[in-house]
Design a protein around this ligand. Sequence first.
Ligand code: DC
Length: 228
Amino acid sequence: MAKGLQVAIDGPASAGKSTVAKLVAKKFNYVYCDTGAMYRTVTLAALNKGIDVADHEAVAALAKEITISFKPGEEEQRVFLDGREVTRDIRLPKVAENVSAVAAIPAVRTEMTNQQRQIAAAGGIVMDGRDIGTTVLPDAPVKIFMVATAHERARRRYVENKAKGIDTVSLEELQKAIELRDKKDSTRKVSPLTQAPDAVRLDTTNLTIDEVVDEISKIIKKTADELA
Ligand code: DC
C-alpha cells in the first residue's frame, strides 16, 4: 500500500480545523496531530510551575524538558504532559489567555517544529495548526487554509464549550477574544498565521462539517492519484 500523505491544515482559531482534521484522519486511517494542543501544553506547564510566560528563556527550557504525548480518544485526542493527562486543563481560560505569548517565543517554536516534523516524518498524517503548510511541513502535498468569520467561529466555540461543560464567557466576549488572538497570531514575528501560496483556501462559514470533510477528502484522493 502506498505511504500516506502529509496533510497540513492551517487557519485561525475555531475555524473548525481540529474537528475536521480528526475526521479526515479517521477516514484515511492517518494519524492526527493537533499542534495547538502542544503550545497549550507548554503554556500549562509554565503556569503550573509559576514560570512567567514573559520569561522566554525559562519557558523555552521548559519546552525542551517536558514530554508531550497524544493518545487517540473516543471523542477527542487525549493529551499528556509528562505522562499526566491534561486534555481538559489545556482548554482552561488561563491557558487560552497566555498561549499566544508562549507561541510567539522563537525557541519554543523551534522545539515544537522539530517535534512536529518527527511526528509527521512517516507520512499518513493530518496536522493542524497555524504554520504547518508554511514552516513545519512546507513540502506537504496537501495544504488547506480554513477560514470562517469571527462571529461564526465564536458561535462554534460557544456551543462546543457548553457541550463539554466548560464554563464559558458570553458569545460577544468570546468573539472579542478570538479577534484578539487572530491579531496576535497573524502579526507575531516568528511564523505568523499566513496562507501558504500553494494552500487551498476553504471558507467554512456556511459549510457543514461533513461538507468540509468531503471537500478535503477529494483533494487528498486527487493528490494521491497524481502522486501514484
Ligand atoms: O488551535 P489552538 O487555539 O488550540 O491554538 C492555541 C494557540 O497556539 C494559538 O494562539 C495559536 C498557537 N499555535 C501556533 O502558534 N502554531 C501552531 N502550529 C498551532 C497553534
